[in-house]
Design a protein around this ligand. Structure first.
Ligand code: GLC
Length: 481
């Protein structure tokens, strides 16, 4: 039995701010239990739901030198849905009201502590991983610490590491001197071939340099990040590591996202009966959100973190024009204030057409996937994207920009060949996006049978974890030997 340890800053069902948590929460379930024992390490955040905190039990604790202090490290555990989770408990670092903070220096201190604590805790568990699978910059110091202070100890020798980049935009950067003091790493590590990048210390870079393999969450993104536009300053390093870098597209949890059994939606449906049944969800949602109740209206959904990454400046630019069309738009999410206010404004201006829901709710997100006709995702960049996969699963036709995982998972509609699962545009241009939306409107209103065939193909596409989990397994096998 090969032992794999996931380490991440968030994971469903315990704590979630974005897609990272969905992946960390679902991928382990789909790794073959006959050959692999996959466990997951997370911080124990005070802001987790009480119901989840109640599941944790105490394992052990010790004290660890870190950042000139002697710090408490508690280890806790829980088994949920057959997956074994461990937690690092430290109230001073993880006791706040939010998962992440705005102070980058403090974030580096917290997650540096987390990395060192996870490695230090391993000998106290009856689980010695053959491979540690790290996710994003918060876990970037694990491969670094492993090569440094832990390598002298026989217990750690031979443990392999993988780092998966879910979003290259976030790297954990701060000045070298401070990071050296916080982490206790020696000068040796702060050179441009290791943790230093553009005069700063960079934790993600450390992870990429020292991990045995690097993955990201789609093929297209794996290629894109080797170019300056998408490379966020690390494209040179990623080109240099391209032999050890590969893209494995994310899946979604096909049990959690299943229109046939979904508990959140008014009317369950499937690929056979969506023509009659899906619409009942639309009616219910129009009523719930105070939109005009009308079966015929094309309803477009947008569920997203409201940040620049998601292409919302394009949406802002054409909102007035779009609202002249015969459509409804339902938005769900939180993020940058200017986007929150932009959607609130248009909700006020076009009350029966636009519904802005500036919060997050699992229930409402499922209702949107089930009720809408189309789903808009015009991202500037998108490592993988999960919402378009959820939309496909619910027969809600994605309208996307051709970048990253969106390009790999949504096949553009071709009216001559009758192929495709969605609509797409290439350039980051608001009117190109509007063109794609209007093309979708045209098919929806004037060629309903064609539209329904797009829905057929969307619902037949398979983005469960089956194929991708197999690829991770191959990689684990290859690394562990
Ligand atoms: C990040 C990326 C998103 C990806 C997710 C999970 O949130 O922005 O594209 O799907 O991580 O890998």
């Amino acid at each position: 039995m090969k032992k794999i340890l996931f380490v991440a800053s968030e994971g469903v069902p315990f704590i979630k701010t974005g897609g990272l948590a969905d992946v960390v929460g679902s991928l382990p379930k789909y790794i073959d239990k006959q050959y692999f024992d996959v466990r997951v390490f997370l911080p124990k955040y005070a802001c987790m739901k009480q119901e989840m905190k109640d599941k944790l039990t105490y394992v052990n604790h010790f004290y660890m030198d870190y950042s000139w202090q002697n710090m408490y490290v508690g280890i806790m555990e829980a088994v949920v849905d057959g997956i074994h989770y461990y937690f690092i408990d430290n109230e001073s670092y993880f006791g706040g009201p939010k998962v992440y903070n705005d102070d980058p220096r403090y974030e580096i201190e917290r997650y540096g502590y987390f990395c060192k604590a996870v490695l230090s805790a391993l000998p106290l568990l009856d689980f010695r991983p053959d491979l540690i699978h790290c996710h994003d910059w918060q876990t970037g110091l694990i491969p670094v610490y492993l090569k440094e202070r832990f390598q002298g100890n026989a217990f750690y020798r031979g443990i392999k590491t993988v780092i998966t980049i879910h979003n290259l935009k976030f790297q954990g950067k701060w000045d070298v001197k401070t990071v050296r003091e916080i982490t206790g790493l020696s000068d040796y590590f702060f050179t441009p071939d290791k943790l230093e990048a553009y005069k700063d210390a960079n934790l993600l870079k450390g992870g990429i340099v020292f991990a045995d393999a690097v993955t990201t969450v789609s093929n297209t993104y794996a290629e894109e990040i080797k170019t300056p536009f998408y490379g966020e300053g690390l494209d040179g390093l990623l080109r240099a590591r391209s032999r050890d870098l590969r893209g494995i597209v994310n899946g979604i949890d096909y049990e959690e996202f299943n229109p046939e059994t979904d508990k959140y939606i008014v009317k369950n449906y499937n690929a056979m009966n969506f023509r009659k049944e899906k619409i009942k969800n639309k009616r219910a949602l129009q009523e719930e959100l105070g939109l005009k109740v009308d079966d015929r209206k094309m309803m477009i959904g947008l569920v997203s973190r409201l940040t620049d990454q998601k292409g919302l400046d394009l949406v802002a630019y054409i909102m007035d024009e779009l609202c002249q069309d015969d459509i409804q738009l339902v938005v769900l999410g939180t993020g940058e204030e200017r986007y929150e206010n932009m959607f609130r404004h248009f909700d006020w201006k076009y009350g029966d057409k636009v519904s802005a829901n500036i919060f997050y709710s699992d229930a409402l997100s499922h209702k949107i996937y089930a009720s809408c006709d189309a789903f808009l995702m015009p991202s500037l960049f998108e490592p993988c994207g999960l919402s378009q996969l959820m939309a496909l699963r619910y027969g809600t036709v994605p309208i996307v920009r051709e970048t990253g995982g969106l390009k790999d998972t949504v096949q553009p509609y071709n009216q001559y060949e009758s192929t495709g699962t969605g609509f797409s545009f290439i350039n980051y241009n608001a009117h190109e996006m509007l063109g794609a939306i209007r093309y979708a409107e045209q098919v929806y209103y004037d060629r309903k049978r064609e539209w329904n065939k797009i829905v057929d193909r969307a619902m037949a596409a398979d983005f469960s974890w089956k194929v991708s989990a197999g690829k991770y397994q191959e990689m684990y096998d290859w690394l562990i030997g």
